[in-house]
Design a protein. Structure first.
Length: 309
């Protein structure tokens, strides 16, 4: 990309850029490429933003998969308020933190809670096992894993290229003499550094999601009512039934919308099939007339009603 000189100002392509026949960029010192130069030139800070963790990731090849793990649990507890407090303490004990926590309802029989926490990925399974111990009953347990290795590699490669581009702009800026040239290269340098900041922010967020798994726990109260010696949970069953009914209505609405939007396609298929049947019938009659002249009588009787007297 640099050898095409598509990003270089016009003054670098003149005789002032160096001796005739010498490629200016290939003549740069090797320690300039891929690094940063100190000092402040033309009012632009010389040291770009850098992260120790990102540098270590970008300098070495990725040897293991980058996986983002998330999980959700639906549990039943005697006291959702107490269970939520235990989950908050559990997140702290495993070097994690609570993202969101809320408790709904004032009655102990109808109270519910939700706790979302992030814990280190190496403790994810152990934390789930502790949550199952807190629960009286586990209604649902879901785990999802999202592989972001390709995205991580692409982000690191883009960051490495942006830093190399920044280093070359710094070298160009150091040799610039005119104010116009300094301003032009400084503008390009500011754009590159803005792109570096964005890439570093994306990598921070990506690595944080990989290192800290998300676990969401929905807690429902256990009803104390007894009916004929059986444990009865009418409110919880009503909530589950209502959620299922709402899901079914949503699926029906989605199906009707899809059917309405696909009506033109369905109409085209109907006309196409009808046309193919019509053409097939005409071809069959033509073949019957050519090779089986006597058979056309019963073919006509199939499609034409008998004359009434």
């Amino acid at each position: 990309m640099w050898r095409t000189r598509s990003l270089l100002p016009s003054w670098l392509r003149s005789e002032r850029a160096g001796p005739v026949g010498v490629d200016y960029l290939t003549a740069l010192p090797k320690h300039v490429v891929g690094g940063s130069m100190g000092g402040a030139i033309g009012g632009v800070a010389g040291n770009p933003p850098s992260l120790h963790n990102l540098s270590s990731h970008a300098s070495s090849e990725i040897t293991e998969r980058q996986i983002i793990r998330t999980g959700s649990l639906e549990i039943i507890a005697i006291d959702p308020l107490q269970a939520a407090e235990q989950l908050r303490n559990l997140a702290t004990n495993f070097s994690g933190f609570v993202v969101n926590s809320n408790v709904n309802g004032s009655d102990e029989g109808t109270r519910s809670a939700q706790v979302s926490m992030r814990v280190p990925a190496e403790y994810f399974d152990e934390v789930r096992a502790q949550v199952r111990k807190i629960a009286k009953t586990v209604e649902q347990d879901t785990i999802e894993a999202h592989d972001v290795t390709r995205e991580s590699v692409n982000q690191e490669a883009a960051l490495h290229n942006a830093r190399a581009e920044e280093a070359q702009y710094l070298a160009i800026l150091k040799r610039a003499g005119a104010v116009k040239d300094v301003l032009e290269v400084s503008s390009k340098l500011a754009e590159v550094r803005g792109r570096i900041d964005e890439l570093e922010g994306n990598l921070r967020f990506l690595y944080h999601q990989v290192e800290m798994s998300l676990l969401t726990v929905n807690i429902h109260a256990m009803a104390e009512a007894q009916a004929f010696g059986l444990h009865w949970r009418p409110l919880y069953q009503a909530k589950v039934s209502l959620r299922g009914a709402l899901g079914g209505m949503a699926d029906y609405a989605d199906g009707m919308v899809a059917l309405f939007l696909n009506l033109p396609v369905i109409a085209i298929w109907v006309f196409t099939i009808a046309g193919l049947i019509k053409i097939g019938w005409l071809v069959l009659r033509r073949v019957a007339r050519l090779f089986f002249p006597g058979s056309t009588i019963w073919l006509l009787q199939l499609v034409q009603p008998r004359a009434t007297t």
